[in-house]
Design a protein around this ligand. Structure first.
Ligand code: AMP
Ligand code: GLY
Length: 420
């Protein structure tokens, strides 16, 4: 089969590698891809939001299956558009993608289905904000309703801060929506849990712990993710059962009742407290960098899994995982998540010899005149698999040392809460 993968991050390089390894794959196209994907796929640099152009390419290259990696094309309806044109495409519909695209939609669904989540109020004006403030304790979490590229959530320690941020959102700080959600602050341990679903059947698709803060010991501003490990040790069998019964099943049944079944990956962002899972957020895709630590643990042919999901045959599909643990450390451009320079050469990368347990997934990279240059804030995901996370981390750190990229920085303490 010819397969096209939409996206250009570390998540897509990790997915691309698995698709490339499948015996069912003839050729992989990455739209637009990065320097890493260009070694195993043909990159096609077009605007992924120009759906007609995407369709043209898919027809031109005789593509049999399309996989959509990031949230924005999903939320904007790429899957609906391509499906109408009879293209086989993996990912949730525009309606189902509102689970990530509208926090108000997601919270209303939680309320109707009694899904455990933070207490909240959807606000359209400042008097609703004042009303919530008068009846709740600090800190309060303010969330923009729509997609905000990871910048839509603020944890506020003062009422003044809540009011300031709320006013900015009402004024249109985020183009996607002028609504906001105020939420009670949940204490606990965060974890990411993944499933794949054909709308009815649900299969576990890995768990991970991301490290969102830029600094060691989880200090400083939020980022897209500075590193992760899989599995998430905090999720035991008992918690897992609760995640499925109390959170995932009622969500999927709600969408089925609306005759809009959910098909694709579902990322369940959780806060775990006293052995109870609370839903913080849904994402309608794999996580980044979580995907980079889940893919190396997957034994089953990913293309077979995609095809069976599309045929509603997930129930018959056995998904097998390596017992080994996996870690990734993200090498970022200096200055990220603030401003940073692009176009800096990464010299030593292609000289590295990687064993079978080590993977370097590219994120913000591109090739210019045969050289690999940085092209984003998160640049490389240096990843390794093994039974002992401390040893795995040491191996990754020694590789990063060999890369010795003077324009980059990284966290040395990924996994600090579980590595003694
Ligand atoms: P979200 O985009 O909803 O995942 O929020 C981004 C981050 O903000 C999460 O990963 C949490 O660390 C934090 N967060 C969001 N909602 C809450 C909440 N209700 N209580 C505590 N932390 C939260
Ligand atoms: N790692 C966070 C995310 O993918 O949204």
């Amino acid at each position: 089969m010819n397969i096209a993968l939409i996206g250009s991050g570390g998540r897509e390089h990790a997915l691309c590698q698995k698709i490339f390894e499948s015996p069912l794959t003839n050729k992989v196209y990455c739209i637009p891809g990065n320097a890493g994907t260009s070694r195993i796929a043909q990159n096609i640099d077009i605007d992924i939001f120009n759906f007609k152009r995407v369709l043209q390419i898919i027809r031109l290259k005789k593509i049999d299956l399309v996989i959509v990696g990031p949230e924005e094309p999903l939320v904007r309806g790429l899957v609906d558009f391509l499906s109408k044109k009879k293209i086989k495409v993996f990912g949730p519909s525009k309606f189902a993608s509102k689970l990530e695209g509208s926090k108000a939609f997601m919270k209303k669904l939680c309320k109707i289905k009694k899904i455990p989540t933070a207490e909240f109020k959807i606000c359209n004006n400042i008097s609703q904000v004042l009303n919530f403030l008068n009846n709740s304790k600090l800190p309060i979490v303010v969330k923009a309703d729509g997609l905000a590229a990871g910048k839509g959530v603020s944890i506020c320690k003062s009422r003044g801060q809540v009011l300031k941020i709320s006013k900015e959102i009402f004024k249109g700080k985020f183009k996607s929506s002028k609504k906001l959600i105020l939420e009670e602050f949940l204490n606990g341990e965060e974890a990411s849990y993944f499933v794949i679903t054909d709308g009815t059947n649900i299969k576990f698709f890995g768990s991970a712990q991301d490290h969102k803060k830029v600094g060691e010991q989880d200090k400083g501003p939020n980022t897209g993710g500075m590193g992760a490990y899989s599995p998430a040790f905090i999720i035991n069998k008992d918690i897992e059962k609760k995640i499925i019964k109390k959170i995932v099943e009622p969500t999927l049944s709600s969408l089925r009742e609306k005759k809009r079944p959910y098909k694709g990956f579902l990322y369940v962002g959780l806060m775990i407290k006293d052995n109870e899972p609370y839903l913080i957020e849904y994402n309608v895709r794999m996580g980044d960098p979580e995907c980079q630590v889940i893919m190396p643990r997957l034994k089953t042919d990913i293309v077979k899994i995609f095809l069976n999901t599309l045929k509603n045959k997930l129930k018959e599909t056995k998904i097998v995982w390596h017992k080994k643990k996996c870690m990734t450390i993200v090498l970022c451009s200096k200055g990220y998540p603030g401003s940073y320079k692009k176009g800096k050469k990464i010299q030593n990368l292609e000289k590295l010899r990687l064993d079978k347990k080590t993977f370097i997934y590219h994120a913000g990279t591109k090739i210019v005149n045969g050289s690999i240059l940085s092209n984003g804030g998160r640049v490389l995901n240096v990843t390794s698999i093994g039974f002992n996370l401390l040893k795995v981390r040491k191996k990754i750190l020694s590789l990063i040392k060999k890369i010795n990229w003077k324009y980059g920085f990284f966290r040395k303490d990924i996994g600090w809460k579980v590595i003694k």
